[in-house]
Design a protein. Structure first.
Length: 230
């Protein structure tokens, strides 16, 4: 059998693509390295050359997710034709669109990411994500201050607080989603938490009340319908 040699970046992304598919179809706990070997028809040593463990593979998948979200936000931040409020709204919308496009993967990560065994990895990568997103938010906020739509005197600190609030919201949603049996009450609580967070962001930025998007029970329910695991 002829051995196919591919560029490292191509091979690495092939492994990550296969891992994403397996996460969705089998789940993280059931996925094993030999599943990647079987799907890609490569040697086990090839997988371990790029990722020395399943946890390392998980880290790489999350880092790639952050890369993709960051690249979308960079285009928004550097658009000279957008106001600060438009940029902030599009940043939120772009992130939401990415999550919607990868909904099954995101829902699987919800089960994996908040497992106690992955707490250290979660914390490390959350910090890395904050370091990359906060400067983008800070630029948007500074522009908003200059335009008079935001009044905070601390754009950099406000950006960090926004990232922290979103991280806390994600944790609260995951804990609620994974611990309750009643989806109706879960949807309502998540809606309230999401809207309370937006209210807090407006106050933090000194923005006009109602200028940031609110969500509805129907929007939250569309995330959970057919996705909840028993």
């Amino acid at each position: 059998m002829t051995r196919i040699v591919k560029k490292p970046e191509i091979r690495r992304n092939e492994i990550l693509d296969a891992a994403e598919r397996l996460l969705v179809t089998k789940g993280y706990e059931q996925m094993a390295i030999h599943d990647l070997v079987d799907e890609l028809q490569i040697a086990k040593g090839t997988v371990y050359h790029y990722f020395d463990s399943k946890q390392a593979l998980l880290e790489a998948l999350v880092e790639r997710m952050v890369d993709q979200i960051e690249q979308r936000s960079l285009l928004i931040v550097h658009d000279p034709n957008l106001s600060a409020l438009e940029k902030l709204l599009r940043h939120f919308a772009s992130t939401e669109q990415w999550k919607r496009a990868h909904q099954s993967l995101v829902m699987e990560f919800l089960h994996v990411w908040y497992d106690d065994e992955n707490a250290i990895v979660h914390r490390k990568l959350s910090r890395a994500g904050v370091k990359r997103i906060v400067p983008l938010l800070s630029r948007i906020i500074q522009q908003g201050v200059e335009e008079g739509v935001f009044t905070t005197p601390y754009p950099d600190q406000a950006a960090r607080m926004i990232a922290a609030l979103h991280d806390d919201l994600g944790t609260a949603i995951a804990e609620l989603y994974l611990s309750t049996e009643s989806m109706a009450s879960t949807v309502q609580e998540i809606t309230q938490m999401a809207n309370a967070t937006m209210d807090a962001l407006e106050r933090l930025l000194g923005a006009e009340p109602g200028s940031l998007p609110r969500t509805s029970d129907e929007e939250i329910a569309s995330w959970t319908n057919g996705q909840r695991k028993t």
